[in-house]
Design a protein around this ligand. Sequence first.
Ligand code: G3P
Ligand code: CA
Length: 372
Amino acid sequence: MRRTLSTLGLAGVLLATVASAPTTPASARGEAARDRPRATDRPIVIAHRGASGYRPEHTLEAYRLAIRMGADFIEPDLVATRDGVLVARHENEISGTTDVADRPEFVDRRSTRSIDGVSVTGWFTEDFTLAELKTLRAKERLPQVRPTNTAFDGQFQVPTLQEVIELARAESRRLGRTIGIYPETKHPTYFRSIGLPLEEPLVAVLRRNGLTSRRDAVIIQSFETANLRRLSRLTDVRLVQLLDAAGRPYDFTVAGDPRSYADLARPAGLKWISTYADGIGTNKNLLVPRDAAGNLRAPSTVVRDAHRAGLIVHAWTFRAENQFLPADFRIGTDPNARGAIQAEYELFYGLGLDGVFSDHPDTAVAARLGLG
Ligand code: G3P
Ligand code: CA
């Protein structure tokens, strides 16, 4: 196996401090993880697309605010430009998060593509050079849910991965604490198919910034498996396999592999993941399922099973508004009003997971204080 227990401790916040951790045989990994409620000292707080509950997502300003709020990691989702530069966007179709549709100079770039088997119409990062993309401005994805965030529409650029790394580095120096980055490769099979693979440029950018070791404050994530397995051969930085509550990795669909995310969340699947990755990043509904009315059911055994397989467990996505919360924690009937997000964190932290992706990192940090 590529991974060892030293990579698990790993998952701690002070990533640089595990440099001298002894390497433990893979056979002992599960035993050690079983003995602890979580694989790490405390759950880390990962700013999901930045502090996206307060600023347009995937902007330097959203990341900066998240760091001010106490986030340990900032999360750039990554797609490629026409000239092969990695930039932070959740989708390669950018009309939902930028002003591209209002730009007459780009009207002829509108097109329809098949992305992971789904027909999508709009404007795609792979049709824009970085210089062209930099003329666009970000806008709030959820203006109905987060109307105050629209005050920032039109102000911020689409950042490159390099700019995100530089921000994390500068803020780490300024604050005297390590801010990690948690990049996600978006649509890796698709991007490779059009001659713009994500993995080699990602590893190259990390290497140029001296980020090559499992002890560095970097975790790479993907919903696909083949590109993580490729990455496990290209770099020693930590890797996390994302697991959704339904469906299957797109590379499995392409390869004819019948396994689903649910299969990968079972002990045999987790054991397989541990051969190439350090952890799982799960839809939180895999950890605590909900019934048809949105009420919480009994927790699954996924956290325990993953720890037994030597994997850390991070869950997504924690959002403060009622419509994203289980029915148990909603307050009032306004779907856009804040619910009892602290109670949701208390529930999930109590399961022993190792980190949370949050749109509102201040709330995740505040709830963590209660762990004492
Ligand atoms: O990467 C964890 C979580 O962000 C996965 O969902 O769709 O927000 O990238 P998504
Ligand atoms: Ca993501």
